[in-house]
Design a protein around this ligand. Structure first.
Ligand SMILES: [Fe+2]
Length: 361
């Protein structure tokens, strides 16, 4: 993408103001003050430090009501975000031409009989990994019975679940969180040596929390055109914040009942981890590989937390159930307390969050 359309943007805190400009030679310059800026963003010094330090994202700050944009619009800040992340944290901007995955069969389904070295080589290069037949039919049946039980007990605003609004204006459950605190069966899956093996492929130090970062969650895909965050647009799992603390870490998706287009499968951009994709990149970039991952019950799909991925609207009856067990670096436990998650800002504002990520018509 050429960012030539970027007009100057300024950030103003109580202690400083600076303006960024896209220069003709392709560089970004920074000057003091707000003069000449088409967009002026006002925020606290703490929010500015969080944003530039990759602790909280501009979307998190917007949803939290901690940004004022005047003059200008949110889209202009969103367009600038990749340039700012490059400038402040050296995070590259994704370029499909620069990612060569021709040595890998992206449709390959590994098994637990493959060596750690082979699994790691694929995972490190592509940012995802599909491992077939990790859990048995009986294990998945037991897990699904637990999801049924927890679903019946779930209520909107119980702080243990996410809900969307369906086409008939009913609130419908779309995610259970902190599940292993309420289910020994699901807790056993989280602590299972097979899960641990895959979750620590990137780094032996990674661990999976039960009591923070929403613990082990279960995604339940709702059919039809919903409002809220069941059909999740393209995102990175650090999209609300925490990149400096958690990335790269590993998200493990245990496929409780498999997945297909009908049930709402996972889509991802192989090789996009560790980089930023421009806002609304689908409209601006050509040649981006997009892979849909179809699975059987008992399969496991791993992805690096900051790999670009999405969960589109099911083409038929929906119902995919995926248990997510995320493995994080030890530093997470120093920075995020029990019951806390970067997603907390979204849970009660799913419709506002969805609107921020939805391309304007
Ligand atoms: Fe995600």
């Amino acid at each position: 993408m050429s960012p030539l359309s970027l007009d100057p943007i300024a950030f103003q805190t109580p202690s400083a103001a600076r303006t960024y400009r896209w220069e003709h030679d392709g560089s970004v310059s920074e000057t003091d003050g707000v003069e000449g800026a088409a967009t002026v963003v006002s925020l606290s010094d703490e929010a500015w430090a969080d944003m530039t330090g990759q602790i909280r994202t501009f979307i998190n700050l917007q949803l939290s009501g901690e940004l004022t944009i005047d003059p200008g619009h949110f889209d202009q800040l969103a367009q600038w975000d990749p340039q700012l992340r490059l400038l402040h944290a050296d995070i590259p901007i994704y370029d499909p031409a620069a990612v060569d995955l021709s040595a890998f069969d992206l449709e390959r389904v590994f098994t637990l009989d493959d060596s750690d070295d082979d699994l790691r080589a694929f995972f490190t290069a592509t940012g995802f990994l599909h491992v077939g037949g990790v859990f048995s039919e009986a294990e998945m049946a037991a897990a699904n019975a637990e999801v049924d039980r927890l679903s019946v007990a779930a209520k909107p605003d119980d702080n243990q679940s996410w809900w969307v609004t369906d086409e008939q204006d009913n609130a419908v459950l779309c995610r259970l969180i902190y599940t292993t605190q309420r289910s020994d069966v699901l807790a056993a899956l989280q602590c299972d040596p097979r899960t641990e093996r895959l979750g620590t492929l990137l780094d032996r130090q990674l661990r999976s929390p039960a009591d923070r970062m929403e613990g082990a969650s279960v995604l339940i895909k709702v059919p039809g055109r919903t409002r809220g965050l069941s059909n999740i647009p393209w995102h990175q799992d650090c999209g609300m914040g925490g990149h400096a603390i958690i990335c790269p870490s590993t998200a493990i998706g245990i496929q409780l009942n498999g997945s297909s287009p009908d049930t709402g499968h996972l889509r991802l951009v192989p090789g996009s981890h560790g980089q930023t994709l421009p806002y609304l990149w689908e409209r601006q970039l050509h040649g981006v590989p997009v892979l849909a991952v179809n699975t059987e019950p008992g399969d496991v799909v791993l992805h690096v937390t900051d790999l670009m991925h999405a969960s589109p609207e099911p083409t038929a009856g929906g119902g995919r159930r995926t248990m997510y067990v995320d493995f994080y670096p030890p530093a997470l436990w120093d920075r995020v307390g029990p019951g806390e998650a970067f997603n907390d800002v979204v849970r009660s504002r799913t419709q506002e969050a969805a609107a921020l990520r939805t391309p304007a018509p």
